[in-house]
Design a protein around this ligand. Structure first.
Ligand code: ADP
Ligand code: MG
Length: 258
């Protein structure tokens, strides 16, 4: 399996702002990694640069290689990456059924459009992914009528439909209540244990499930620190990343900031 991601000196401009500033990062397929950083530190821009919704500035020292390739047809690329983000969540407002939402992972869309041809194999794969997340009972429900937790589990099923080596999760627990939070974290733990790679982007320490071994701290669009979880998630390092005093407490493999 080639290296999932190799970014060298990547700069991404968004509006007047340099959202990624000379960012270099390498991640192997199947690794469980958290990207942690304050609001505005460039986390979502990093995910969007990987999925080619944002493009790096053209500079001689810049390179962006995904699964060993520099150039991609974006539809091929997206079929290799399973993405769960709040942008996708926000698009789940139309009358789309749970099954259609999961199936639309095949087309890189949200919902099935008239030009999409859904095969029996695709349906079987969708049901399999839904069974994995225990959301088969949501197949004929409208997605805009689901709870946040149900919607999130369907989006994870959608992301799994191609059996991607790694899931890219941008703040996957936003707006979930306690039971839904535990449910989604439990599903992510199961997936990690079954060998699916996780690249989890968050500003919440509590999202870092015990299976995540490596943490990358982002600050002002660049990597501030990258290493084993226990070395990165310290009081001193988190305080300087977030710019406020942070006290770190661990329990049952989870980290919590006070
Ligand atoms: P994070 O996900 O870590 O909160 P983002 O990657 O969303 O951060 O944003 C990084 C920076 O880019 C922020 O300063 C933000 O204001 C800016 N930014 C994000 N999206 C846009 C946009 N569409 N237009 C202009 N600036 C943007
Ligand atoms: Mg973000």
């Amino acid at each position: 399996m080639p290296t999932l991601l190799e970014l060298k000196n990547v700069c991404v401009q968004r509006g007047a702002h340099l959202a990624l500033n000379n960012l270099s990062l390498s991640i192997e397929a199947g690794e469980h990694v958290a990207i942690l950083g304050p609001n505005g530190s460039g986390k979502s821009t990093l995910i969007k640069t990987i999925t080619r919704e944002c493009y790096p500035l053209l500079q001689p020292e810049t390179s962006l290689r995904i699964l060993g390739q520099d150039n991609w047809n974006i539809f091929d690329l997206r079929s290799h990456l399973g993405v769960v983000s709040n942008d996708l969540m926000a698009q789940c407002t139309r009358d789309i059924t749970g099954l259609e939402l999961v199936l639309s992972g095949f087309f890189g869309s949200i919902g099935i459009w008239r030009n999409h041809h859904v095969t029996a194999d695709m349906r079987a794969a969708a049901h399999k992914a839904m069974a994995r997340l225990e959301v088969e009972h949501l197949a004929s429900r409208w997605v805009d009528e689901l709870s946040s937790g149900e919607g999130r589990r369907l989006l994870i099923a959608r992301a799994l439909i191609h059996n991607p080596a790694t899931l890219l999760l941008d703040e996957p627990t936003t707006s979930l209540d306690l039971p839904a939070l535990r449910e989604v974290r439990g599903r992510l733990r199961d997936l990690a244990a079954s060998g699916v790679g996780l690249l989890l982007v968050t500003h919440h320490l509590d999202d870092i499930i015990p299976e995540i071994e490596r943490v990358v701290l982002l600050r002002a669009g660049t990597v501030f620190l990258d290493g084993p979880k226990g070395e990165v998630l310290t009081t001193e390092r988190l305080s300087s990343t977030f710019g406020v005093p942070v006290d770190v407490v661990t329990r049952d493999g989870y980290y919590h900031a006070w």
